[in-house]
Design a protein around this ligand. Structure first.
Ligand SMILES: Cc1cc2nc3c(=O)[nH]c(=O)nc-3n(C[C@H](O)[C@H](O)[C@H](O)COP(=O)(O)OP(=O)(O)OC[C@H]3O[C@@H](n4cnc5c(N)ncnc54)[C@H](O)[C@@H]3O)c2cc1C
Length: 398
């Protein structure tokens, strides 16, 4: 058998902007360049966020402008139907779509029902279309945050809230049952630590029911949490003991500031790693743990970090695993890190993009988060902006 040595390990050039932006016309490239150039200015993001919120509140007609700029960059459309072009486009490049209904609605029965219906539609759509390898949703779309939080307190759920909680649990079971019946893999996103234990518990209940033949339900592990590597090991062991497949989405974690602020205000010790190096270490260790248990664990690394992707690629090669091993996926967000997604897909790995969708006004919180994430940190140019700049220059000189 051929042994893979360090010198023969595969390397993907994530710098290849020609592949990364191959689908963008010069006009589209310039537009993306300007969007990221503007977002790269921290003060402008803050100012822009303030005015967009104000204008939307005052019903100023700015929807069209938002839709043709930042919305177009990061979202597939306002409805599933409007996402068709993006789904097809990604599929042509061998990249799957994960339709992400990104509406942060109100916490009432009507909104929970609407969300449930929409998630069922995405599951149905994934069932019909092989370009959609996963569906996804957030528990807070169908549960009141307050109840998720109360459930994991020492005193537990109060009697008066039990019915409402159980009702949301029925919605959850309905969604998971549909995913199971239609054989659609379903990610459950991770959220804040003060509700995550409840989310975990609910998710494992669903896994026990629906992951007997294959991983249908996937839990998300935020590796910026100090306890998460142990949680992952325990989850792997429990899946083995109870004889079901563990679905894992590994991420670093999106709520750093919020977590730190709350820990500071409520005077408890932060559940997060003290620095990024520890988060990176645990993310990579988590990846290796999943890989070591690949027959039991089906997993996806949701990351824009090139080193983490490179690590997984190399480890797969060391173990002579097929690049498109059915239990392993890489995922990024639409409009970000195309250099990773496109180059990985071109090399033959399983890749998917979260494609957020929903009415423009309702996905604004999602878009503000993307803008903030891409604004400059301590004067540094964002990675996306640098890549776009390189491609603009490359085309000019070509
Ligand atoms: C497909 C996909 C799905 C996702 N799903 C979820 C989800 O369900 N829930 C969720 O919370 N997030 C989710 N995310 C977001 C993710 O958690 C990260 O916020 C984001 O991807 C940036 O991390 P990175 O791995 O891409 O890379 P990097 O840019 O290398 O890492 C940035 C991350 O490192 C961590 N970090 C930064 N500074 C520090 C520090 N000082 N100390 C400790 N840690 C630090 C933070 O988590 C930060 O987000 C998802 C991302 C993707 C691509």
């Amino acid at each position: 058998m051929n042994k893979t040595t360090a010198s023969t390990l595969p390397k993907i050039s994530f710098e290849d902007t020609k592949i990364a932006f191959s689908a963008k016309s010069n006009y589209q490239l310039k537009k993306a360049y300007w969007i990221f150039a503007l977002m790269n200015q921290n003060w402008l993001v803050k100012l822009g966020t303030f005015f967009i919120k104000l204008f939307l509140f005052l019903h100023f007609p700015i929807k069209k402008l938002i839709k043709s700029t930042i919305f177009e960059q990061f979202c597939g459309g306002e409805t599933i139907q409007e996402c068709e072009a993006t789904i097809d486009h990604l599929h042509k490049l061998k990249i799957g779509t994960i339709l992400d209904y990104s509406v942060e609605g109100e916490e009432n029965e009507k909104s929970f029902q609407t969300t449930k219906q929409e998630i069922l539609k995405t599951i149905q759509k994934a069932h019909e279309n092989q370009a959609i390898p996963f569906a996804v949703f957030k528990m807070t779309g169908i549960f009141q945050v307050e109840l998720l939080e109360e459930f994991q307190t020492e005193s537990g759920l109060s009697e008066e809230n039990t019915d409402a909680f159980n009702h949301s649990k029925e919605l959850l079971a309905e969604i998971c049952q549909a995913a199971h019946d239609l054989k659609v893999r379903l990610f459950i996103d991770a959220e804040e630590s003060w509700i995550q234990n409840t989310i975990d518990q609910l998710t494992y209940e669903m896994m026990e029911r629906f992951n007997k033949e294959q991983a249908i339900i996937y839990n998300t592990f935020q590796m910026y949490r100090v306890d998460m590597l142990d949680n992952l090991s325990l989850a792997i062991q429990t899946a083995k003991d109870k004889n079901y497949f563990l679905g894992v989405k590994l991420v670093r974690g999106a709520y750093l500031e919020k977590e730190r602020q709350r820990a500071h205000e409520d005077e408890y010790s932060e559940p997060l790693h003290k620095d990024k190096e520890h988060t990176d270490h645990d993310f990579n260790a988590g990846t290796l743990a999943c890989l070591a248990n690949i027959n039991q664990v089906h997993f996806c690394i949701g990351t824009h970090n090139e080193q983490s992707c490179q690590l997984l690629i190399e480890e797969m090669a060391k173990q002579n695993m097929a690049k498109n091993h059915p239990n392993i996926y890489f995922a990024q967000l639409l409009g970000m890190s195309d250099n990773i997604s496109y180059n990985l897909a071109a090399a033959g790995y399983n890749v998917a993009k979260y494609v957020p969708y929903g009415p423009v006004e309702s996905v604004m919180p999602y878009l503000f988060r993307r803008a903030e994430e891409n604004s400059s940190i301590a004067g540094q140019t964002s990675r996306e902006f640098t890549l776009l700049l390189n491609e603009v220059k490359r085309r000019k000189n070509a």
